[in-house]
Write a protein that binds this ligand. Structure first.
Ligand SMILES: [Ca+2]
Length: 474
């Protein structure tokens, strides 16, 4: 069946092809030699033919212009060959394109490499320069090390010399210490004393009731030995006295009247204002400034001594205590000579006014008061006591005045040295009103050198203010 179909198919194709070629020849022959009978050659399959069959009687004639299968096959072969060549050429072109791209990449990479090489070269140069600089710096450091080493050697040499000198000096000091010790022993033997003087006995009087508002402090507000006086202070020099014949102008109020015999005469003259007045005692040609207290007990009190703020140094020598020192309107000491001259004029009584750190004031009054002459060491002569402060001064009655440079007390040593003042010391006594002004009341010191009145608060309580003043006996 299938073979029959293929035979029919081939016949149809040949028939169609024959018509076309016949028609083409017929067209050409119609123009050349008019009519020429068309002949066809059919290849009849072996199957049974059921339709008309056209058969050529003359057979095909060779046509030189006719394209044969062979030609087509040749052309196709040529085309195929050319196609293969084209494909080959295309492959070659593609390969060349790849090579060009690769070349471009290689050139780019080459440029990058050149740039990188240049950079590395610059880095290398920089490194070389830096190393050269480091070498210079290293050389400088080596020089400095050498210099320092040299200096160290020199200092070591000097240190060694100093050590030798120190050893020599230490030997000298040791010899001097031995010599000083021997001299001290020799001095003590010469003076007939086998040992240094002991401290005076402490005042044992201890009050039952201390002031409740006392500030318990060890602070030395203004110590006599080391305090510095401010510039412009009216503090007098240790040997100067403000109570000479021609005293300097006073700093406070000074009456133009006078001079007076004493402050009681000032009061009698009608002056009722406390302040500085000019006095001139009988038997003396010296004018003396003094503070007259008229606000206490009808006034007329001549102030001999005043402490109130520690502004004046009371650790002074004999000459100072004789002539007086300090500020009349502040802390001062009127002077032993002036006190002596005052007492010579009549019968005076003494009032001692004490104030503690609570503001409480007490007093001790003595019915009579006078001093003996300088030749007697300004010996103290007191009457009987009355008052509310307690009697701490009677133990000093009949005693000469003692200063650091004139020891007249009953103690083996110098009471002025221990109590840091000047006073009619006994051995050494119950009072020290010219001692160190301590702030706050209770003070601590190796020796009792504060301003104390033993019957009032004891020897370890330094009073805040103190005044000693005299007035004729009523
Ligand atoms: Ca003595």
């Amino acid at each position: 069946m299938q073979g029959a179909m293929w035979s029919l198919y081939a016949l149809l194709c040949l028939c169609l092809w024959g018509q076309c070629s016949c028609r083409g020849r017929r067209t050409k022959r119609a123009t050349a030699d008019d009519v020429q009978k068309c002949s066809y050659t059919f290849m009849v399959p072996q199957q049974k033919i059921k339709g008309p069959i056209c058969a050529s009687t003359t057979g095909p004639e060779p046509d030189k212009e006719r394209v044969t299968r062979i030609d087509i096959s040749d052309v196709r072969e040529v085309l195929s060959k050319q196609r293969r060549e084209i494909e080959t050429l295309q492959l070659v072109v593609d390969v060349d394109g790849n090579l060009v791209t690769e070349m471009k990449l290689l050139r780019k990479e080459s440029r990058n490499m050149n740039s990188r090489v240049t950079q590395l070269y610059m880095q290398l140069l920089h490194e070389i320069i830096r190393k050269r600089d480091n070498s210079l710096e290293l050389a400088q450091l080596e020089n400095r090390v050498l210099n320092v080493t040299s200096e160290m050697l020199r200092l070591a040499s000097r240190y060694k010399d100093l050590e030798m000198r120190f050893a020599t000096m230490a030997g000298v000091v040791n010899n001097q210490s031995l010599l000083i010790t021997a001299l001290e022993e020799q001095c003590l033997k010469t003076l007939g004393r086998g040992e240094l003087p002991a401290s005076p006995p402490l005042v044992q009087v201890v009050p039952e009731h201390l002031p409740v508002n006392s500030r318990f402090t060890n602070e030395i507000h203004r110590h006599h030995n080391n305090r510095a006086f401010p510039r412009g202070s009216r503090m007098e020099s240790p040997t100067a006295s403000p109570y000479g014949i021609n005293p300097p102008p006073p700093q406070g109020t000074l009456s133009s009247d006078g001079p007076f015999k004493d402050c009681f005469k000032v009061r009698q003259a009608g002056h009722s204002t406390s302040g500085m007045y000019l006095l001139k005692m009988e038997g003396s040609d010296r004018l003396v400034q003094a503070w007259c207290e008229h606000g206490l007990d009808n006034g007329g009190w001549t102030v001999l001594h005043r402490r109130r703020d520690g502004s004046v140094n009371f650790f002074r020598n004999w000459e100072n205590y004789k002539k007086g020192f300090g500020n009349i309107d502040g802390e001062h000491w009127l002077g032993l000579d002036n006190i002596y001259n005052l007492g010579k004029q009549g019968d005076y009584k003494l009032l001692v006014e004490l104030e503690d750190w609570t503001g409480k004031k007490v007093y001790a009054e003595y019915s009579s008061f006078r001093l003996e002459a300088e030749s007697e060491g300004y010996r103290l002569r007191l009457g009987t006591y009355q008052g509310n402060a307690g009697d701490s001064l009677t133990s000093n009655n009949g005693k000469q005045f003692t200063t650091l440079d004139r020891d007249k007390d009953a103690f083996s040593g110098n009471c002025a040295h221990f109590h840091k003042g000047g006073w009619w010391y006994n051995a050494c006594g119950q009072t020290n009103l010219n001692g160190v002004w301590y702030s706050g009341g209770i003070y601590r010191s190796k020796h009792q050198d504060g301003i104390f009145w033993a019957e009032y608060n004891g020897g370890s309580y330094s009073l805040k203010t103190v005044r000693m003043m005299i007035r004729p006996i009523d």
